[in-house]
Design a protein around this ligand. Structure first.
Ligand code: PLP
Length: 410
């Protein structure tokens, strides 16, 4: 009989959002008439920009004619897209990248999960806590986690608490770590680091040889000037960081699927024999073996995000979500809650009142206001006592949810 990868058996219970879905389904069975307002999952609701749709139609037509049909494309992405990415997302910020340092993919989640393929199993991993669950679960799958403790943390993972007490700024680890996951603007807390705060991490990685995996999926939501859009805005980061980007939230591609990962050639990691290995070459080897590229139509769609019309239309959608975030923030503040995020991110993170646990508050909110949030503890032990709301809903739903909260005696 074939044997399974036993690391998968260590994964606890259900993935957070499946557990939320289960609870919501129970609620729906009991209250089929209730009008639920989903503010839990971070999925966009606005349709794709007109420029993106037009580009896809054009690409579909090309695929229908022999002379313009495209079969397999480069695994790393078409040059037309890679060049636009570099020219629009990096050069204006003073970051120079070579085309073979950018790898187009079907989204940031797959790349963040797959990057573990090229990294040794005995690396010590650090994550900020609370954290996007994918970083932790994929390390469990890869055998880097150790065992699950009572508190919900894994024995071999170093947790860097980010709470109101430290203003959501992680402190440098007090023991040696090899891989550090950072995500700014942060999911779930909606908070960010300034350039000065991020520089501390880059300097630390350069000093210790750690590798930073930087998730910038929410970069497009940054409104404040001193917040870096890319880790490469920090000197030295090209030697110690891989950056993950996504069109999902920037341009509403959650259902279309496209993202990219930047692996500078200067990033080196060690082999057991003491050799220094370029991570770029390994990632290229991994991608060309296990991945066959993103569809031509999708890459044309992503290219259109960078056209003047695409930029204006996507910016309009982001402004809409940020306005929702501002409405949620001010309503929660008016209710006397302690509220974070929502300024450079589509996530609002707040302390649950009167010491109610995250799941308890989630349940009460569901049953008493019919609004669905995400319990903070689902993102890690330090998320206990917090709840996340997302600004990705319609304006109407956002206003309706806030009106319900106003009359709610929690
Ligand atoms: C921090 C973070 N990274 C990555 C992703 C997934 O991005 P993609 O849709 O490109 O896979 C999400 C989605 O919610 C996210 O919150």
């Amino acid at each position: 009989m074939a044997l399974v990868n036993e690391n998968y058996l260590r994964l606890h219970g259900r993935y957070l959002f499946s557990e939320i879905a289960r609870k919501v389904n129970v609620f729906k069975t009991i209250h089929p008439e209730a009008k639920l307002i989903p503010m839990g999952i971070g999925d966009v609701t606005k349709p794709l920009a007109g420029a993106v749709i037009d580009a896809m139609h054009k690409a579909v037509n090309e695929m229908s004619v022999g002379s313009t049909f495209r079969g397999y494309g480069p695994e790393q992405g078409y040059r037309f897209l890679v060049e636009k990415i570099i020219a629009s997302d990096y050069e204006p910020r003073g970051v120079h990248l070579e085309p073979d340092e950018v790898f187009v993919s079907d989204g940031c989640k797959s790349d963040m999960g797959n990057i573990g393929d090229i990294l040794a199993q005995d690396n010590v991993v650090a994550v900020t806590d609370p954290v996007y669950p994918v970083y932790v679960d994929t390390n469990v799958m890869d055998g880097r986690s150790g065992i699950l403790s009572e508190s919900g943390g894994w024995s071999n993972i170093v947790y860097l608490p980010c709470t109101a007490e430290n203003n959501f700024i992680p402190e440098l680890p007090d023991k040696h770590v090899d891989i550090i996951y950072l995500c700014f603007p942060n999911n779930p807390t909606g908070t960010t680091l300034t350039k000065t705060e991020l520089k501390i991490w880059v300097d630390y990685a350069l000093k210790t040889g750690a590798l930073i995996l930087y998730d910038a999926a929410y970069e497009a939501f940054i409104t404040e000037k001193n917040v870096p859009h890319s880790i490469y805005e920090i000197k030295g980061a090209k030697q110690c960081a891989i950056e993950f980007r996504s069109f999902s939230k920037t341009a509403g591609f959650t259902g279309l699927r496209c993202g990219y990962t930047v692996v500078p050639k200067e990033v080196l990691a060690g082999s057991r024999s003491g050799e220094k290995v370029a991570v770029n070459a390994l990632w290229n080897r991994r991608q060309t073996t296990k991945f066959n590229g993103v569809s031509y139509i999708t890459q044309r769609a992503a290219e259109a995000v960078y056209s003047p019309e695409g930029q204006a239309q996507c910016a309009e959608n982001i402004a809409y979500y940020l306005e929702n975030a501002s409405i949620i923030r001010s309503s929660l503040l008016e209710m006397g809650l302690e509220v974070f995020g929502g300024v450079n991110a589509p996530y609002i993170w707040f302390k649950t009142p009167e010491g109610l646990g995250s799941w308890k508050f989630f349940d009460r909110m569901l049953y008493e206001t019919n609004v669905i949030g995400t319990p903070g503890v689902g993102f890690g032990p330090s998320g206990e006592g917090y709840l996340r709301l997302t600004a990705f809903g319609s304006r109407e739903d956002t206003l309706e949810a806030m009106a319900r909260f106003k009359n709610w005696k929690f």
